[in-house]
Design a protein around this ligand. Structure first.
Ligand code: DAT
Ligand code: MG
Length: 151
């Protein structure tokens, strides 16, 4: 159970606005374990696939264009309930509905510039991690803090 993984990406606006360190800090300080990370401008094909479930929504093309407009930080974080807790840390899809203390609640205003992506289920986390990372890019190591984070 502690090995649940979630795919998190800091979007181009989060990168441009200098929020990379702040966002990584929150996941680190929570106690989640970083297992994969890369910095890249994602191809349009990758982004279209990443958001394939939204292909019929009116904002799909604009979403893919925005995500392709600059580099992103793609990451996989691991820990107990990492998917659900990760979503709580992000806040709601629309920053206007996100509580202070959440990443979207603290750092952004509009849904189309909501600075961060997080998987919405364990199944989509698996799919997304496999889309963005090769198996050999996922690390395997024991965190020295594990016995101080879990009882
Ligand atoms: P989330 O990113 O919270 O999982 P989602 O998967 O429903 O939300 O949508 C993916 C992204 O698409 C979201 O982060 C921002 C954008 N988006 C969602 N709804 C939108 C809307 N009504 N108008 C513009 N962009 C939207
Ligand atoms: Mg989503």
């Amino acid at each position: 159970m502690a090995e649940e993984r979630t795919f998190i990406a800091i979007k181009p606006d989060g990168v441009q606005r200098g929020l990379v360190g702040e966002i990584i800090k929150r996941f680190e300080q929570k106690g989640f374990k970083l297992v994969a990370m890369k910095f890249l401008t994602a191809s349009e094909d990758l982004l279209k696939e990443h958001y394939i479930d939204l292909k019929d929504r009116p904002f799909y093309a604009g979403l893919c264009k925005y995500m392709h407009s600059g580099p992103v930080v793609a990451m996989v974080w691991e820990g107990l309930n990492a998917v659900k807790t990760g979503r709580v840390m992000l806040g709601e899809t629309n920053p206007a509905d996100s509580k202070p203390g959440t990443i979207r609640g603290d750092f952004c205003i509009q849904v189309g510039r909501n600075i961060i992506h997080g998987s919405d289920s364990v199944e989509s986390a698996k799919k997304e991690a496999a889309l963005w990372f090769k198996p050999e890019e996922m690390t395997a190591y024991k965190s020295c803090a594990v016995d101080w984070i879990y009882e």
